[in-house]
Design a protein around this ligand. Structure first.
Ligand SMILES: O=c1ccn([C@@H]2O[C@H](COP(=O)(O)O)[C@@H](O)[C@H]2O)c(=O)[nH]1
Length: 237
């Protein structure tokens, strides 16, 4: 399994949220010297299919962010089908519950090759308190994130996806063991867009993120390679 970075180099994951493989590949090669991984998400995977993963992997290790969420048998089958692609990280929704997470872990272990880090997505970084309440969750994002994090790790997740606002609460509750992958990152002055629970790259790493995920502030920059370089250069040791 991919190991956690011990310093700034490799902490940045760049999200390649574009609809064409050629554009994603070009972006991946530009940012690779300054990033630990590139992230393949739903937009590109749905547009281009599984074959795009191998093309991106020529530039950098790939984080496959499909956020699996279904009954345990179906998620286990998806993990078996995805295993040969060789992703270094794979996401599933913590909200699928402990049996779903345990089934995914068992399927990943039986897949017979180096398995991806299994990351449970807690509460999407786009959700504010009102959106959470609309889904029936009261008591605030932090409490819900910590509740899901504890359950997911004890069911077999290797790590968690959370917003930068909950890193400290997770570390206080679960210590250093789970890998923390943190989107909702905005360099100072960058537009938040649809993200709600955000912080800067420096704040997230200082609070205990292992990896930070940045998409539009890099992919939409005039010079994505330079944008990625500047983020990594500004991270604390
Ligand atoms: O809670 C989550 C889980 C995943 N993401 C993904 O991260 C990137 C963020 O992109 P930006 O352009 O930097 O907002 C994107 O691919 C999401 O699917 C997340 O934002 N929040």
């Amino acid at each position: 399994m991919i190991s956690r970075p011990s310093g700034p180099a490799g902490r940045l994951i760049v999200a390649l949220d574009v609809p064409e493989a050629a554009r994603a590949e070009s972006l991946a090669h530009k940012v690779a010297p300054h990033a630990g991984l590139v992230k393949l998400g739903l937009e590109l995977f749905c547009a281009e299919g599984p074959g795009v993963l191998g093309r991106l992997a020529r530039a950098a290790p790939v984080f496959l962010d499909l956020k699996l969420h279904d009954i345990p048998n179906t998620v286990a089958g998806a993990v078996r089908s995805l295993a040969p692609l060789g992703a270094s990280m794979l996401t599933l929704h913590a909200g699928g519950g402990p049996a779903m997470i345990a089934a995914a872990r068992e399927a990943a272990e039986k897949a017979g090759r180096e398995r991806p880090l299994l990351l449970a997505v807690t509460v999407l970084t786009s959700m504010d308190e009102a959106a959470l309440e609309a889904t029936g969750v009261s008591g605030g994002a932090a409490a819900q994130v910590v509740r899901l994090a504890r359950m997911a790790v004890s069911a077999g997740a290797d790590g968690l996806v959370c917003s930068p606002r909950e890193i400290r609460a997770i570390r206080d509750s679960l210590g250093e063991a789970p890998a923390l992958v943190v989107p909702g990152i905005r360099p100072a002055g960058a537009a938040a867009g649809d993200q709600s629970r955000v912080a800067t790259p420096e704040e997230a790493v200082r609070d205990g993120a292992d990896w930070i995920v940045v998409g539009r502030p890099v992919s939409g920059a005039g010079n994505p390679g330079e944008a990625a370089r500047a983020i990594t250069a500004g991270l604390p040791r």
